[in-house]
Design a protein around this ligand. Structure first.
Ligand SMILES: Cc1cc2nc3c(=O)[nH]c(=O)nc-3n(C[C@H](O)[C@H](O)[C@H](O)COP(=O)(O)OP(=O)(O)OC[C@H]3O[C@@H](n4cnc5c(N)ncnc54)[C@H](O)[C@@H]3O)c2cc1C
Length: 402
């Protein structure tokens, strides 16, 4: 293998390139990225970057010298528009093509944008989006945040830190309804309210109104909320469109690129990693697709390891998923997986104190550990998720002093 092309220059794309070099691959690596930037860190975009507290350098993932040492054929500001399976060639939007022996698909996901062209309505995915929101925070004293998922919650928190009046609108009855038990979701609701956010739960947004720019958000009960500025946190969609007709299988809906346990797609020599990849994780059943920072790096390393190992060799990718979120100076961490129907039991601390560790269980097995302001304890239980652990065995590991 002499030529490897990586589509997508985000966290997964960068780690794919770095892992190839670390493994001693000295052939050509082409890194194709639609954004005009070298890979940068997205998590600060909804946190310190928005409040103006983070220096722009906080987004840098590597020093210039480290990027240079990778000796990559950079194709930044170029979009992959088609994957031609027979020659294993990636066609770019300038009409050129990159032919490779191996391909890593790392085109990630994009923000689901609200369906309006009215100025003053934002979504948040790229550094340009974050700059626009940060500037808007300086120009306005009130913002309506639509969606109380992790990103929406962080935007609300940052807006409060920046001194804005915040209305947080969520269609579901509690924040993170698709992720956690409502009891835990309600802890997060109270966290917003105690920090002065006007939280409107069970309110669907039906439209954005205004003359020349947004002035109001219309809700499904017919009422309107004054909104000189709107930031939407409506989730993300995997960037799979360019793969149409390539033979790479893509799940219906928002499901991403279908891979096997080696992160291999249906096309030989073509692997996927990061936000875009959906692969079977033996401990969780079905296919898993994670929009998590840590996964992007770990999965890219696993995918290129398997690409270099070749067909019939390699190692299944079975990580302990990890996600964190920072809101109002508190860290929320999730190891493993969480679904609303999971059993949730607080094993340290309490919801009232806003400091706890909860075990999440499904079908008699431990599937996740969720913590608020409890980093060392959460991390201590990581090993229970690196192998199958029954709910009873997990509880037996908890000692009041641990
Ligand atoms: C505001 C924000 C805050 C976040 N905070 C956290 C957090 O606190 N904790 C956490 O665990 N995770 C967080 N995440 C999620 C985390 O950033 C993602 O999981 C991670 O960025 C995924 O990396 P990726 O490389 O797979 O995809 P991406 O970061 O999406 O990178 C993919 C790259 O590919 C490019 N691309 C897309 N299509 C093409 C194409 N056709 N041709 C060429 N290039 C293309 C994209 O422009 C992009 O640059 C956050 C995400 C956002 C947006």
């Amino acid at each position: 293998m002499r030529d490897i092309a990586i589509a997508g220059a985000g966290m997964a794309g960068l780690h794919a390139a770095e892992s190839l070099r670390e493994a001693g691959f000295d052939g050509r690596i082409t890194l194709i990225g639609e954004e005009g930037h070298r890979p940068y860190s997205r998590p600060p975009l909804s946190k310190e970057f928005l409040t103006g507290k983070g220096a722009p350098a906080g987004l840098d993932l590597r020093e210039d010298a480290a990027f240079g040492a990778l000796d990559l054929d950079w194709r930044l500001g170029r979009r992959a528009r088609r994957l031609r399976p027979r020659e294993r060639a990636i066609e770019l939007d300038d009409g050129s093509a990159v032919t490779a022996d191996g391909v890593v698909i790392a085109t990630g996901s994009r923000a689901r944008r609200p369906g309006t062209a009215l100025p003053g309505v934002h979504a948040l995915r790229t550094v340009e989006d974050a700059e626009a929101v940060r500037d808007a925070f300086k120009a306005h004293d009130r913002v309506v945040v639509v969606g109380a998922g992790f990103i929406g919650a962080e935007i609300a928190s940052s807006a409060r830190t920046a001194g804005l009046e915040v209305v947080l609108i969520e269609a579901a009855p509690t924040p993170l309804t698709r992720v956690v038990d409502p009891r835990i979701g309600s802890v997060l609701t109270e966290l917003h309210r105690d920090n002065g956010v006007d939280v409107r739960l069970g309110s669907g947004v039906t439209g954005f109104e205004g003359r020349g720019r947004v002035e109001r958000v219309r809700l499904d009960d017919g009422s309107a909320v004054e909104a000189p500025l709107v930031v939407a946190g409506l989730g993300a969609l995997p960037n799979t469109e360019w793969l149409e007709g390539s033979g790479v299988e893509v799940a219906a809906g928002t499901g991403g690129v279908l891979c096997d346990e080696y992160c291999r797609t249906a096309l030989p020599g073509v692997y996927a990693a990061g936000d875009i990849a959906a692969w079977p994780h033996p401990r969780y059943g079905g296919r898993m697709r994670l929009e998590h920072w840590t996964n992007a790096g770990e999965q890219a390393a696993a995918a290129v390891g398997n690409l270099l190992a070749g067909e019939g060799a390699g190692t299944p990718y079975t990580p302990v998923p990890y996600f964190w979120s920072d809101q109002y100076g508190m860290k929320i961490q999730l190891l493993g997986q969480a679904a609303p129907a999971d059993t949730a039991e607080i094993v340290h601390g309490s919801a009232e104190d806003r400091k706890f560790v909860a075990f999440l269980g499904r079908a008699g097995m431990l599937v996740g550990v969720l913590g608020l302001r409890s980093t060392p304890k959460v991390m201590r239980y990581r090993r229970l998720l690196s192998e199958p652990t029954t709910w009873q065995d997990a509880l037996a590991e908890v000692s009041p002093r641990s």
